[in-house]
Write a protein that binds this ligand. Structure first.
Ligand code: SAM
Length: 281
């Protein structure tokens, strides 16, 4: 008789409020043979609180690749394992990718037990567009690298979600203001599901002074949700196009000038005409 392979469960845990653990997460954690955790000191009290006493296996960034063999051995022996991280959904800015990727490719059964995730919680309450978004994780710690990363995203049309540490929140918003401009709308989602939960959305011109005015608002855990770049207005004329229309207008009437400028640039005649009407000298 062959023992069927065990399952690896990817179990989300709370990001603050303990009641956010799901019934299924508790059932799973109570049923598995092992729980793989990011940090035993962090997870042991949480598990104890829920009455869960299972052998723990520490998995962190430094030993993740080397621990794949342990997962293969245990799952092949028919044992089931739950993977949890310090908070929220494992693998989301947390360890686990190398393990899941390796086990997937070997055909092991991997089953998610979904639950709290800071980026989804922040996005859902931000008031910013949710139909398309990019999760950017943490920006680089070095100032110049952070500017390079933000500059590469300055024309990103979709909502962007960043994680940020409290000691860098002011600096990061300042960098965003320099790259995205003061009018760009952002949402600061701080201490989600906890006592001092704060969610504030507005242009960087308002958010930065608000954050600077109260050092309490600079503490805790942060998600920054940033609105995508506004689509370029197809009715706008570049400076060169405006200059072309002005030059033509000195010689011929607006209607003819608009026609010629449209033929030259490929933009619509009406765009030039409307601009001419509203900017008549
Ligand atoms: N796996 C987690 C998840 O599902 O969101 C994320 C882990 S990552 C190492 C930790 C970062 O997530 C924090 O630095 C912060 O940016 C964000 N975060 C976690 N909990 C949060 C909370 N309660 N409120 C706001 N941000 C939070």
């Amino acid at each position: 008789m062959t023992i069927p392979f065990g399952t690896l469960y990817i179990v989300a845990t709370p990001i603050g409020h303990l009641n956010d653990i799901s019934v299924r997460a508790l059932e799973t954690l109570k049923s598995v043979d092992h729980i793989a955790v990011e940090d035993t000191r962090h997870s042991a009290p949480l598990l104890k609180q829920f009455g869960i006493h299972k052998p723990l296996k520490a998995i962190h960034d430094h030993n993740e690749r080397h621990s794949v063999d342990w997962f293969i051995k245990e799952l092949s022996a028919g044992k089931s394992i739950a993977l949890i991280s310090d908070a929220g959904t494992p693998l989301i800015a947390d360890p686990g990718y190398h393990i899941v990727s390796a086990l997937q490719s070997l055909g092991f059964r991997i089953s998610p037990i979904p639950g709290a995730c800071a980026l989804i919680a922040a996005l859902s309450a931000s008031g910013l567009a949710t139909d398309h978004f990019c999760f950017e994780g943490f920006l680089a710690a070095k100032t110049s690298a952070r500017f390079t990363q933000l500059t590469a995203r300055s024309h990103e049309p979709y909502t962007m979600v960043f994680y940020e540490a409290p000691h860098r929140i002011v600096e990061t918003l300042d960098a965003m203001q320099q790259v995205f401009g003061l009018e760009r709308i952002v949402c600061i989602a701080r201490e989600l599901t906890k006592t001092f939960e704060t969610i504030k959305t507005g242009p960087l011109s308002a958010i930065i002074p608000w954050l600077n005015a109260d050092s309490n608002q600079q503490r805790g855990e942060f998600v920054i949700v940033v609105a995508g770049a506004p689509a370029p207005d197809k009715h706008d004329l570049s400076l060169d196009e405006q200059r072309l229309l002005t030059l033509l207008r000195r010689k011929i009437p607006l209607k003819a000038a608009s026609q010629l400028a449209a033929e030259y640039t490929g933009k619509s005649k009406n765009t030039f005409y409307d601009f001419g009407i509203t900017h008549d000298e």
